[in-house]
Design a protein. Sequence first.
Length: 225
Amino acid sequence: MARGPTRADDGEGGGAAPRSVLTPSVPQDIGIQAQRQRILEAMAKSCAEKTFSATTIADIVSHASISRATFYKHFANKQDCFYATADTFLLELQGAAAVAYTRSGDSTVEMVRDVIAAVLEALAADPDQARMLLVEAPIVDAEIVRRYRGFAIAALEKLLRAGGVAGQAQANPEIAFGRAKVLITNYVAADQVEDLGRLLPDLVYIALLPYAGQETALAQAKASR
C-alpha cells in the first residue's frame, strides 16, 4: 500500500510531499509574502534587542526561522531589509490613520484627534516596530524621518484645509512635528510604549496649534483627556 503524505514542504528545500485534502497546498505567492513578513518582523525584533548596527544577518534568519539563502532571495543586504521594514510599518500607520479618518463622524478638528489616537494605538501594538522606526531609523538614515514627517504634515494640512479650519499655517508645522516626535520617541526609548495613549492631549494640541490657533487647540486637547 502506498504511504500517505507525512508533511508539507516548508519552503526551505527538500522534496514536496504529495498533496491531499489533509495537506492542502498554500499558494506560492501567499507563502512568499508570509516568509517576507517573518523577515521584516525579525529585523524589527533584532533592532529592538541590539540596535541596527549590532544586528547581523544571522540574527535575522534565526528570528525568522529561515535559511540565509532564503533571506537573500528577498533582500540584497541588511540595510535593504531595514528600509523595507520601515516602509512597511509606515504603510501600516498610514492605513490605521486612514481607517480612523473614514470611520470618524466628528468635526474636522475632532477627526485629527481620532487619527492621532489610531496612530498611537498602532505604535503601542507593535513595540519592536515602533522602536525601529522612531529610535533606530533616525540613526540609520535621516531621510526616513524626513519622509514620514513630510507625509504626516501634508496629510494634516489636507484634512484641516478641506474642513475649512485654516488656509495657512500660523506657525511652523515642521517644528510642531519635531516636538511631537520627541514626545513619542521618549516614551518608546524608555520602553513605555503601552503608555503612548497618555500623549494624546499633548499631540492633539501640537497638531492643531499651527492651523487652528491656541483656543481651538487647547479645547481639543482638554477634550482628549
